[in-house]
Ligand binder design. Structure first.
Ligand SMILES: [Zn+2]
Length: 136
């Protein structure tokens, strides 16, 4: 291993994340390279100093902001939010289309009820199917 390879792997070595073969090669290099050994010792001391720090608690505001950001990324789009982005013209168009659909459904349902025998237990679909109107 070269010095550059060693320096790139020192973090993993300090955290004991290297595979055994790589660990042996790195430690063999450290045994005969004073520059890398000096850097390795500095990283070991830094890791120990960081381990001795007391655990930190995130400020409430930061924690709340992170949760809101996660929710914004993961929650399905809010219908009210979608509605707010529409202009008045689009809102009117959506309301008109919905109203037209309801009126058409009511008229068609009334017509269907008037033309079919609704006294039976069959659904309108079954009645249409049995009458042969659905599949001539
Ligand atoms: Zn070296």
């Amino acid at each position: 291993m070269r010095c550059n390879d060693i320096l790139k792997r020192l973090d993993a070595w300090v955290d004991r994340e290297l595979p055994p073969g790589e660990t042996r090669a790195l430690e063999a290099h450290l045994a005969h390279c004073p520059a890398c050994r000096k850097e390795a010792l500095a990283q070991v001391h830094l890791a120990r100093a960081l381990d001795e720090l007391p655990p930190l608690t995130a400020p409430r505001k930061l924690s709340r902001q992170i949760r809101q950001a996660i929710h914004a990324l993961t929650d399905p789009p809010n219908l009210a939010q979608w509605w707010r982005h529409l202009t008045l013209a689009w809102r009117s168009a959506v309301c008109g289309a919905t109203l037209a659909g309801l009126v058409c459904g009511a008229v068609m349902g009334t017509h269907l009820a008037a033309t079919l025998d609704m006294g039976s237990l069959y659904t309108p679909y079954q009645i249409l199917y049995d009458s042969g109107r659905l599949y001539p």
